[in-house]
Design a protein around this ligand. Structure first.
Ligand SMILES: [Zn+2]
Length: 479
């Protein structure tokens, strides 16, 4: 039996290589895969007799209406009339620290190093149960903002804290979102010249063994994977050169991707110049940390030479404009990176430095920040939307499977309501998403399954999630 979903009468932004858009378009999905995309009426071959007898209830009680029917072969078709809606690929987040959902609102006016120093003691008291609650909250908010794939960077593993990565994987499975988890790490404590306190770091041996185990347990290398794992030592000022070198070797031996923070602040630049006599990019490149299997968060302070190295090596970037603004880290030179051919995805970063956690509104932030940084014509809304979709897919190594609405790709699809009071009458429905208020999310499909409908999560009661987050945040505060 095939479950067919037809979304029609919508403004469809495919984000394919030709940037095709269909102002009156359709997307046809069979089970978890997109089988047709185009403009105008849905061709008969997709509707045939399946769609007769349409009745059914509304998707959002307004203009996007769904109806279902089945034919003799027991195939079921759901038709969604999405006039007044914008259809995009599901958004892809390339950098987060889900556990930080429990530590929103701390160190509100600090720069990165002071903010980290304030938060390390709290973070070193987390455990698997608390992290699962925080991850559930963070991913719930991400999903409600159109995010179908969540990239996470987890690097705090207190001893005796249980299976933290398992808690994050559970939370993603509960909500139905795609997860790119990382087994992160820190091993350079204060006594050895690092920024984190010694109680927040692990030994190299423990990290490498846990990384190996995390890949065994949670990494699915197959097409269509809902969970993948990457290795992610935290940053040049919290890990040793040995850990960077050995993590890269392990990741490459196991065929998983590599992730870290780089060139986030001027203080990090100064740290690397003082300790290593090199910029963060030179230091990371010398340790094997540039390559087409690496993506780096922030990259705010890349000079032209560094951008050239990223482009030449195929290293991708997770651009996190809200976090960079919150911590006054600066404005990443994203237009220059894109000009050079660097792949750039969007990230919300951890909620302790971006209490919003919404990827949909991060698109607008990327437009505004990069215009401030480089000029009005240097970042269009559509370019930012591409970063949030196809750019993210490539950044996570999933460019062949997700990130655009094309035949054969996985059915990760966001349907945004743009005929409500925030957006009705707007000249360009894409501008509703990229310049306006984040539109209400009528539907979010992941692998063809509705994870968000009419702005609400389908698999969990949001009040339960909110309650669990409040309880976990309070418990952590008391520790
Ligand atoms: Zn980060």
């Amino acid at each position: 039996m095939t479950q067919r979903t037809i979304i029609r009468n919508a403004h469809v932004v495919t984000v394919d290589a030709a940037d095709r858009e269909h102002s009156d378009g359709y997307v046809v999905i069979d089970d978890a895969v997109i089988v047709a995309v185009g403009g105008g009426p849905v061709p008969n071959e997709w509707t045939d007799e399946r769609t007769r007898g349409a009745g059914g209830g509304g998707l959002n009680g307004d203009s996007a209406r769904a109806s279902s029917s089945s034919n003799n072969n027991n195939n079921e078709t759901t038709v969604i009339d999405a006039r007044g809606h914008l259809v995009t690929p599901g958004l892809i987040n390339t950098h987060h620290h889900l556990y930080q959902w429990l530590t929103r609102g701390y160190a509100q006016d600090a720069i990165l190093f002071d903010w980290l120093t304030a938060l390390y003691p709290l973070w070193s008291r987390i455990d698997a149960e608390l992290v699962e609650a925080g991850a559930l909250g963070a991913m719930a908010v991400a999903a409600r903002s159109g995010c179908s794939t969540v990239g996470d960077h987890h690097y705090v593993f207190p001893s005796g804290a249980g299976d933290i990565l398992g808690g994050i994987v559970n939370a993603a499975r509960t909500l139905g979102v795609r997860l790119h988890a990382t087994r992160g790490s820190m091993d350079l404590g204060q006594s050895r010249g690092g920024l984190p306190p010694d109680f927040a770091v692990e030994t190299i041996d423990a990290i490498l063994a846990a990384s190996d185990l995390a890949i065994d347990r949670y990494h699915n290398p197959n097409a269509g994977a809902m969970t993948q794992v990457a290795l992610a030592p935290c940053s040049p000022f919290s890990v040793t050169a040995d850990l960077l070198r050995e993590s890269a070797a392990l990741g490459r031996a196991r065929g998983v991707r590599l992730h870290t923070h780089g060139s986030e602040t001027v203080e990090e630049d100064a740290f690397c110049l003082e300790k290593f006599g090199r910029t963060p990019t030179q230091y990371l490149e010398d340790l094997g940390w540039l390559g087409d299997d690496v993506w780096m968060a922030h990259c705010v302070h890349l000079d032209a030479h560094a951008i050239g190295r990223f482009a030449a090596t195929g290293t991708s970037v997770a651009h996190c404009p809200s976090s960079n603004a919150r911590l006054a880290a600066g404005i990443a030179p994203v237009p220059a990176m894109l000009d050079a051919g660097v792949t750039v995805g969007l990230g919300v970063d951890g909620a302790a430095s971006n209490e919003s956690g919404q990827l949909g509104s991060e698109i607008r932030m990327a437009v505004l920040m990069n215009r401030l940084g480089a000029g009005a014509g240097r970042m269009t809304g559509r370019t930012a939307l591409r970063m949030a979709t196809m750019g993210g897919a490539k950044t996570l190594g999933r460019g062949a499977e997700i990130g655009s609405l094309e035949v054969g790709k996985l059915a990760d699809v966001a349907v945004w309501k743009v005929d409500g009071v925030e957006h009705a009458g707007i000249l360009d429905p894409v501008a509703a998403l990229t310049l306006g208020a984040q539109p209400p999310l009528a539907l979010l499909l992941v692998n063809g399954e509705a994870v968000v409908r009419d702005g609400e999560l389908t698999r969990v009661d949001e009040r339960d999630v909110a309650h669990a987050v409040a309880r976990a945040s309070g418990a952590l505060r008391l520790r």
